[in-house]
Design a protein around this ligand. Structure first.
Ligand code: SAM
Length: 234
């Protein structure tokens, strides 16, 4: 039987048939993993970590819709939302490219007696894909990889929820001197993009904040959406 979760890319070579093509694909994957992982591991080691207890207020406000089941926290970081979801009764798969962040999450989950409810998964989301119709909830906070979005949609069960919040292009106005703090337009939402991406889904909550003149708040540059995958008649 196929494993419920494809292994992280650090396991790629053993999972692939050893052909010349597979070997070069695995090599390429390792390069991507190493670049992203190295950058993020360094940031987490240097102390960049959203506080474990402080979940996004917009996400917290959606709690009445969150009724439990199986959840994916994509690009979970140190897992502030994974731990919160586990506390709400979800069985959480927490995926991130940073081994440092995942180690922190595992430690925090153990401290809170939530290890049985949170599974840290080390993988590169530019390449890793979840199984179809696996989850009741997918949460993405402060991460955008457009190539992953179709797979996230497929990975939700009919009736499942997508809870998405991340920065949009106003961030570039906030900090033009350093591209919004390291972000480029590639990793920022366009106005209305979340709505367009989940068009046809049942929209439960949506907020697109626009940067007011004089604001220096990164949170004023976020788009957030909660939507339900519509059940299809079979
Ligand atoms: C701004 S942090 C957000 C973390 C978390 N979602 C939160 O809100 O606290 C972005 C996260 O994306 C992860 N990340 C970046 N590139 C990734 C990739 N290619 N695959 C998986 N995770 C990645 C980083 O390691 C980091 O933890």
């Amino acid at each position: 039987m196929a494993p419920a979760f494809p292994a992280g890319l650090d396991h790629l070579p053993t999972n692939l048939a050893v052909t010349a093509a597979a070997v070069s694909a695995a090599d390429a994957a390792s390069v991507v993993l190493n670049a992203d992982q190295q950058r993020w591991d360094e940031r987490y080691r240097a102390g960049h970590s959203p506080c474990l207890d402080a979940i996004s207020p917009w996400i917290a406000a959606q709690q009445p819709y969150l009724t439990g089941g199986r959840a994916l926290d994509a690009a979970c970081g140190a897992g502030r939302h994974s731990l919160w979801l586990a506390g709400l009764g979800y069985q959480v798969d927490a995926v991130d490219v940073s081994a440092v962040a995942l180690a922190r999450l595992a430690e925090a989950a153990a401290d809170r007696d939530l290890s049985q409810r949170v599974r840290p998964l080390h993988a590169d989301l530019t390449l890793w894909r979840p199984e179809q119709e696996m989850y009741d909830l997918i949460l993405v906070s402060l991460y955008l990889e457009r190539g992953l979005l179709p797979a996230l949609k497929d990975a939700l069960r009919p009736g499942g929820l997508i809870l998405y919040t991340t920065f949009h292009t106003d961030l570039l106005q906030l900090r033009p001197q350093d591209n919004g703090g390291g972000y480029t337009a590639t990793y920022l939402l366009q106005p209305g993009e979340l709505l367009a991406t989940f068009a046809g889904w049942q929209l439960l909550a949506y907020e697109e904040r626009r940067l007011p003149p004089g604001s220096e708040e990164r949170s004023d540059c976020t788009s957030s959406l909660l939507a339900r995958k519509v059940e299809v008649d079979r």
